[in-house]
Design a protein around this ligand. Structure first.
Ligand code: AMP
Length: 220
């Protein structure tokens, strides 16, 4: 695994990203400061955001296989104002002090989760598809509607008891989220909740997540 993924050589993070050290993100947060979302009543703000998301979802029939209507959220991600309000609504829902770290599920959970982590001033942990993580990882195989898949998280991703907000884009049958939540706990994290942009209620994913707080900005 390590030989296949010479991460240090491929990702000379320190050399390529000197700006990170020059930008004291935790003290300078001009964008967040200029968008006082918390002043808006959370429920009202969430309804408005649900509308923004609904208006920007494109239904793609028969993708990736016949019979599936794929919910394409890329127009939402590409819309700066709508994306920012979506992220702010998630942070406002939980409160920036209610979680210590965000775990995002590959791959769209990375986009949303990393933005939430930045907005809340916390770190980000990737829950990756099998074979991508370079160091010791916990792995869980789970059933999909057809076939199976596996998710992994670094064994040392969390400090024991750290409060983790888990994020993905769409909750469908719930298998992916259930595996991610189990992995986060196995790695020592304490689940604050699962947050998704869109829940497909007809697939009843929540019943596989009983005991976990699940929140969706939009349900269809
Ligand atoms: P699930 O069935 O809940 O395990 O969903 C599996 C993964 O596929 C989730 O991470 C979702 O983001 C994604 N997914 C499932 N169904 C759809 C859909 N109809 N449109 C877009 N993404 C989907």
């Amino acid at each position: 695994m390590t030989a296949e993924h010479p991460v240090t050589a491929e990702h000379p993070v320190t050399a390529e990203h000197p700006a990170t050290t020059e930008r004291p993100a935790t003290t300078e947060r001009p964008v967040t400061a200029e968008r006082p979302v918390t002043a808006e009543r959370p429920v009202t703000a969430e309804r408005a955001v649900a509308g923004l998301i609904a208006d920007r979802i494109v239904d793609v029939p028969d993708f990736p296989v016949a019979g599936i209507v794929f919910k394409d959220l890329t127009p939402l991600f590409a819309d700066a104002a709508a994306f920012a309000r979506t992220i702010d609504a998630i942070v406002a829902r939980y409160g920036p002090d209610s979680f210590d770290v965000v775990a995002g599920i590959e791959a769209r959970g990375f986009m949303i989760g990393a933005a939430v982590a930045y907005a809340a001033g916390v770190g980000f942990v990737p829950v990756r598809k099998a074979g991508k993580l370079p160091r010791e990882a916990f792995s869980l195989t789970y059933a999909l509607e057809y076939g199976e898949a596996a998710l992994e998280v670094h064994a040392d991703a969390f400090v024991a008891g750290q409060r983790v907000l888990v994020i993905d884009d769409v909750l469908a049958t719930g298998g992916t989220a259930a595996a991610a939540l189990t992995l986060v706990e196995r790695a020592g994290g304490r689940i604050v909740g699962l947050s998704v942009l869109l829940e497909l209620t007809f697939l009843d994913g929540r019943q596989r997540l009983s005991g976990y707080p699940v929140h969706a900005l939009l349900t269809v």
